[in-house]
Ligand binder design. Structure first.
Ligand SMILES: CC(=O)[C@@H](O)[C@H](O)COP(=O)(O)O
Length: 257
């Protein structure tokens, strides 16, 4: 059973709520995805054109758990303040912690991330850190009190899939008991299935669904791929070989009259 901070979930897709063509299409996509958790940016919701009550009512009607995020925060102070405000606004101590370190790749500032995680855990937050696949950083985050880790697949919005399969595999092996979610950079359902086949517990994505020609259909495709990847992982896939092995054993040659 998948649990995040002691809350059980059946759906293994977490969906972002930004960049959809309209609130109605967002709602369709969330429903089609079957996601139990959506991530919402406080900054975007309070500052943007979709701001305020109507967006919040829409999310509430969807009956999903909200995971507020600190998207766009570039310093520890900014991330901590945003998390504190999100707790007030959304009434949850869950926070997807992003401390962005670099504008071209939007990769996490891992030093700031660990520092912010420590502060937020000490203030009673349940932190979901957006991190890299670096095991040392991951260890520091766990020491800081994070009980979920969310390594990137590739830079946010890039749709490149899993850039470092080896690193992600190592991370899975190193933290067998921690829920691991691939977050960001997923472009197609096959990328998500791959993450699940590696034994990841869930996938968080936004752009690939929001920017698809038909977001609801793409959301459904992701849900199916994630389920297929999970089933494949549980079914214990075969080990790849370098050389061929006949899949149809032949006992003797046919005798042709
Ligand atoms: C919305 C959100 O949380 C993003 O910051 C997240 O990391 C998803 O990234 P993609 O848009 O690449 O799926």
């Amino acid at each position: 059973m998948l649990t995040f901070y002691d809350t059980p979930f059946t759906a293994r897709l977490l969906l972002g709520t930004a960049q959809y063509p309209s609130p109605a299409i967002l709602a369709e996509a969330v429903r089609a995805s079957g996601a139990g958790i959506v991530t919402v940016s406080l900054r975007r919701e309070s500052g943007g054109e979709r701001s305020g009550q109507s967006f919040w009512s829409l999310i509430r009607e969807l009956g999903v758990r909200v995971l507020p995020n600190t998207a766009g925060c570039h310093s520890v102070k900014e991330a901590v303040t945003t998390a504190q405000m999100a707790r007030e606004v959304f009434g949850t101590s869950w926070i997807k912690l992003e401390v962005i370190g670099e504008a071209d790749t939007l990769q996490p500032d891992i030093f700031g991330l660990v520092e912010a995680a420590r502060i937020l855990v000490s203030e009673g937050f349940d932190v979901f850190p957006y991190t890299t696949e670096d095991l040392v950083v991951a260890e520091r985050l766990v020491e800081a009190g994070c009980r979920v880790l969310m390594p990137w697949g590739a830079p946010i919005g890039s749709g490149r899939g899993l850039n470092n399969v080896y690193g992600l595999r190592s991370m899975r092996a190193h933290f067998p008991g921690i829920p691991l979610v691939v977050d960001a950079g997923i472009g197609t359902p096959s990328h998500a299935a791959h993450a699940m086949e590696l034994g990841y517990d869930a996938v968080l994505l936004n752009t690939a669904v929001a920017k698809a020609g038909d977001p609801a259909a793409m959301a459904r495709a992701f849900a199916l791929a994630i389920e297929a990847g999970r089933l494949a992982f549980l079914a214990d896939p075969m080990t790849p070989r370098d050389m061929a092995a006949p899949s149809t054993p032949v006992l003797g040659k046919a005798v042709l009259a």
